[in-house]
Design a protein around this ligand. Structure first.
Ligand code: ADP
Length: 395
């Protein structure tokens, strides 16, 4: 009987899915439900090799979406029986220190994910909704959790403890956790496959540059440092997030502008980054276009963004005592040649030099011949990584 593995990413009003045949890693169908839980009708869209459709549905909850999805898979002959489904893998935002690896979700694990809702109040609760809906519909099928934070649990304490009173770490769990771990691990594995090298032999800097953006230093095959922190707000500048700023700016604004916690959170998460600096857009395509037309604030936004990427690459090369491979991934990293060019300019002293033509065409390898650092453009695929982990654990 074929091994089919479902990969699930549940958001507050959405549920994305991809179904793979394993171990061939063949994508059979992918799709998403949107507008779940609202007053409007939900939207369901899917695509396979031969079909693509989008329809409105009168369902309102994640549970109903799961029931609809399972029936849809049978009706469309994508599955003959539900027993073909050997496991369901769920993306879970926060695994804290409790979950250094992906795991099968039993009662204890479910309680653990629930407890971590306080560290990820926007994400873990909806991830749990997805898990519970599938558990109810498929009680005998292994459910697996794949955490955004797990990969970074190998960081040394000097890289995850903040220099504030230690009791905040001990009592509140305030430390750097890091995110995008599934993506960083996936592209690092893909790079080593391409290079025919062992992951443990390489010093890798992986740049996940999307609407959310983070960089990871991977040493001996493990995460050694990463730019996101206690929350996904830290580190690089992003689409609407500020990344690292002087913390005193917050107390200044509280005192002088009478801004409260909610206003500050909104300012840092939704009104900053590309959007805040340019005053125009959170989308890098708009920023690139406006900058090329001479808009100075968009140019400044681009300069800040790429400078932060560059200084982080430099910092991580210093931390690891060198760099063998630099990877660009996610929406901006995979598509924006200009951004890659700006991030790598002046890094020749580290052995990083792009070939203009290869960078333009977005080749797998974009470094100049003879340069010691491989610079690679690798599409991320978090859903496949979730399916790989789920397949291994469900065995
Ligand atoms: P997320 O998953 O964090 O929402 P993505 O990885 O989808 O983000 O990346 C979104 C970003 O990728 C946007 O800023 C978008 O402008 C950028 N992007 C996508 N395609 C291109 C392109 N062809 N050129 C430049 N930027 C692009």
């Amino acid at each position: 009987m074929p091994n089919k593995i479902m990969s699930i990413n549940a958001g507050s009003s959405s549920l994305k899915f991809q179904l793979f045949e394993m171990p061939e890693e063949k994508l059979l169908v992918k799709g998403l439900f949107e507008r779940l839980g609202g007053n409007d009708e939900a939207i369901f869209g899917y695509s396979t090799d031969s079909a693509k459709e989008s329809t409105q549905l009168s369902i309102s909850s994640h549970k109903e979406a799961v029931d609809f999805l399972l029936k849809f898979l049978i009706d469309k002959n994508i599955l003959e029986t539900l027993e073909e489904l050997k496991g369901v893998g769920h993306r879970v935002a926060h695994g804290g220190e409790e979950f250094p690896k992906s795991c099968v979700i039993g009662i204890q694990e479910e309680q653990g994910i629930d407890k971590l809702c306080q560290l990820a109040p926007l994400h873990n609760p909806v991830n749990l909704v997805g898990i519970r809906a599938f558990k109810k519909a498929l009680p005998d099928t292994p459910q697996v959790a794949v955490f955004d934070t797990s990969f970074h649990q190998t960081m040394p304490a000097k890289n995850y403890v903040y220099p504030i009173p230690y009791t905040y770490y001990e009592e509140e769990g305030i430390r750097k956790y890091g995110f995008h771990g599934t993506s960083h691990q996936f592209v690092a594995q893909e790079a080593t496959k391409e290079l025919g090298e062992k992951l443990t032999d390489l010093k890798i800097v992986s740049c996940h540059l999307g609407n959310g953006a983070s960089i990871c230093a991977i040493k001996n095959g493990q995460s050694f440092d990463t730019s996101m922190g206690f929350t996904p707000l830290a580190g690089l500048m992003m689409g609407t997030r500020c990344g690292d700023i002087d913390p005193s700016i917050l107390t200044y604004l509280m005192k002088n502008k009478k801004m409260d916690a909610d206003a500050l959170e909104a300012m840092m998460n939704q009104q900053s980054g590309f959007l805040g600096v340019s005053g125009a857009s959170n989308d890098s395509r708009d920023i690139l276009k406006r900058a090329s037309e001479g808009d100075t604030q968009s140019q400044l936004a681009l300069d800040i963004f790429t400078n932060r990427v560059k200084t982080t690459i430099g910092a991580y090369a210093a931390e690891m005592g060198g760099i063998d491979v630099l990877i660009f991934t996610a929406g901006i990293g995979e598509n924006a040649e200009k951004v890659r060019e700006m991030c790598c300019s002046e890094l020749d002293f580290l052995g990083i030099k792009l070939d203009a033509e290869r960078n333009k065409s977005g080749d797998l390898f974009i470094q100049q011949d003879g340069k010691p650092v491989y610079v690679m453009v690798i599409p991320t695929n978090e859903e496949l990584k979730i399916a790989q982990d789920t397949f291994e654990l469900a065995k």
